[in-house]
Ligand binder design. Structure first.
Ligand SMILES: Cc1cc2nc3c(=O)[nH]c(=O)nc-3n(C[C@H](O)[C@H](O)[C@H](O)COP(=O)(O)OP(=O)(O)OC[C@H]3O[C@@H](n4cnc5c(N)ncnc54)[C@H](O)[C@@H]3O)c2cc1C
Length: 594
């Protein structure tokens, strides 16, 4: 089984050195959030995850969840681990103090999510969905409902779940059929069936709070007739105590490729009592608070699983002896060289590393701006930060899960045949990573969100929040000759992105299929440029510190940046050519010939 150690040094590098911790500390209420405090919290989180959750990862995968007469049982050890997790306060980090939270930056929870996903992806989904549900309740519920539900959810005494999907509709939620009948007391009775509901039923908590999309009898057709409801599994009295079951039942759980320890449920609502959140028929707006938070969290799942796989692959590449180095034996005292010496194995490991550390930097950047968008006192700065987060959310979700899966797959390859064998743990990473490309809106849908909504929004206003800092940095480094081997390729890739953006804006107005056809490649091009920018910055920091005490760490930053610029960033050329080829070739293909 591969081991995992929290990459504390790299997490702190992103927080302290790449992103300027003073930006967070300058936000009202975060003055005390010093880099030392952040490091101490992350170290504790890492210790907890390594000691309590990592040992349950493999056993949880083998045992899976069990369904018996309407109840779902999580694998052995999960209940105790969940109790320890909540008792240690890990569910309370970002939540508002008035509901029992610690009011710490979102940044910290996003870093915790990475560690959780590395140590035990399935386990992380239970508190992850609860935290997303809390954000939506906090944003849209009345104060009375917040007081009744949030403290117990924040404390981890109750979990949350997100009920959108129905058997006949996933992406196209406008078709959903679950009904909500208004009652004289202002509440609603919900009836219908949802499927694929993560953590919809389990034995970790005494109650589960479902956030459910449904339509009232006279609601308009389509997406404009959807409302959001809070539906507890067990009814809750005004004083917060549990009453009787609420017409919410689990019909079955899915047998699936990965995340076996996470329950994926059919949830039936049979005249279940619910409360409207936000306004009638504007449920998607309210649900998007939860979905946006979840989309970033899902992107981070890709990062977490990539890190775990990378660590497993490096350890194996050091110890597995096979063949001799092409340029002569490197370890002549051994019967063969470790596979680490082979160029192809190094290519695999460096690809894994370049994506993983690059993704950590990217998610850190987005997390910092998310905190600014929530707390900055200046409305303009707050809006700019919100625009940046809106733009980058589909990129984080899709790119970090695509590369998370690629990295997990490469990690398995490094193990050769042993990677394919269950007990070595590497194939579990591949199976677990795969779902992140699908749920929370498939990656294809993320790409459409980027080109169809985020680019044109407010006549390109969101885009400026990315283009400006990249352009400014390139200009700042223009006369720094020592950085030219980064500057030139990045400027070229950035130019491709700008050109593709203008081309898309123009072409998709005449024919929306152009945007649809280019969307996935455009998203990847965008993400590769974003990572290029971050890798150039990281190389810059590495260069200035590589002669000091931590020479190995900083030199590795410079060398990984070099690999990224030589081997990965050039992919932007092929993506650009593909985007510019247009939609015609695909759209003219005869439907019957498929
Ligand atoms: C393990 C697991 C956990 C899940 N957890 C939850 C949960 O907690 N809550 C919840 O509500 N749902 C959950 N889901 C559901 C998940 O979000 C959906 O499966 C996903 O959004 C895709 O919907 P679908 O499966 O109906 O696919 P479809 O919508 O049928 O899509 C099929 C394919 O067509 C593509 N496609 C569809 N429409 C378009 C379009 N307009 N343009 C371009 N391409 C399109 C899609 O990208 C996809 O490739 C979960 C699913 C799984 C498997």
């Amino acid at each position: 089984m591969p081991s995992y150690t929290t990459p504390l040094r790299d997490l702190c590098f992103v927080y302290r050195e790449l992103l300027d911790p003073e930006v967070i500390q300058a936000l009202p209420g975060y003055e005390e959030v010093t880099p030392d405090l952040v490091e101490a919290i992350l170290a504790e989180a890492g210790k907890f995850c390594e000691e309590q959750l990592l040992p349950l990862n493999r056993t949880g995968d083998e045992e899976g969840c069990r369904f018996e007469e309407g109840s779902v049982f999580t694998p052995k050890g999960f209940k105790e681990a969940f109790r320890a997790f909540t008792e240690a306060g890990w569910t309370t980090l970002h939540a508002a103090p008035e509901y029992g939270g610690q009011g710490l930056p979102k940044f910290l929870t996003m870093m915790l999510e990475e560690i959780l996903s590395s140590a035990n992806f399935s386990f992380g989904l239970y508190p992850g969905l609860t935290s997303g549900a809390c954000s939506a309740i906090n944003g849209y519920a009345s104060e009375e409902l917040k007081q009744r539900f949030l403290p117990k959810m924040v404390a981890g005494q109750w979990c949350g779940a997100m009920c959108l999907t129905e058997p006949h509709c996933g992406t196209d939620l406008g078709m959903l059929r679950t009904r909500a009948e208004p009652q004289a007391n202002g509440r609603y009775l919900l009836s219908g069936s949802k499927m694929f509901i993560t953590a919809g039923e389990h034995d970790l908590t005494e109650n589960i709070i479902h956030l459910v999309l449904a339509r009232t009898p006279d609601a308009p057709l389509g997406i404009r007739g959807i409302s959001l409801f809070l539906v507890p599994k067990i009814r809750v009295s005004d004083d917060g105590s549990l009453e009787r079951p609420n017409g919410v039942s689990c019909g079955s759980i899915e047998k699936k490729m990965g995340i076996h320890a996470s329950s994926t449920c059919v949830i039936n609502f049979d005249a279940a009592e619910g409360y409207l959140l936000g306004e009638l028929n504007r449920g998607m707006e309210a649900m998007f608070v939860m979905m946006n938070s979840e989309r970033l969290a899902v992107g981070i799942q890709g990062l977490g699983i990539g890190e775990a796989s990378y660590q497993g692959a490096v350890a194996y590449a050091r110890e597995r002896l096979q063949g001799r180095s092409l340029s002569g034996a490197k370890y002549p005292d051994k019967p063969a060289d470790p596979i680490l010496v082979h160029p192809d194995v190094r290519r695999m490991l460096l690809t894994m590393r370049a994506y993983t550390e690059g993704n950590r930097a990217l998610s850190g950047w987005v997390a910092r701006e998310l905190d600014r968008s929530l707390r900055h006192p200046d409305p303009r700065t707050k809006q700019d930060a919100a625009d940046f987060v809106a733009l980058m959310t589909p990129i984080v979700k899709a790119f970090m899960t695509d590369t998370g899966f690629e990295v997990a797959n490469i990690g398995m390859q490094v193990f050769g045949g042993h990677g394919y064998i269950r007990e070595n743990g590497m194939e579990q990473y591949v199976r677990d990573a795969r779902i992140a490309q699908i749920y929370e809106g498939t990656n294809g849908i993320q790409a459409l969100d980027l080109v169809g909504r985020k680019l044109p929004a407010h006549t390109g206003r969101c885009l400026r929040q990315f283009f400006h800092p990249v352009r400014a940095y390139l200009e700042e480094k223009e006369n720094d000759v020592s950085m030219h081997h980064y500057l030139m390729p990045l400027a070229k890739a950035f130019g491709r992105l700008q050109q593709a953006t203008a081309w898309l804006a123009q072409r998709s107005m005449a024919n929306p299929d152009e945007a649809g056809a280019a969307a996935c490649e455009y998203l990847r091009l965008f993400a590769l440029v974003a990572l290029g920018y971050l890798w150039m910055r990281m190389a810059d920091i590495g260069r200035s510190k590589r002669d000091g005490e931590e020479a190995l760490f900083y030199q590795a930053k410079v060398d990984t940046a070099r690999f990224y610029f030589e081997r990965i960033l050039p992919q932007t050329g092929a993506l650009f050519a593909s985007i510019m080829s247009g939609a015609d070739g695909m759209m003219k293909f005869n439907d019957e010939a498929f």
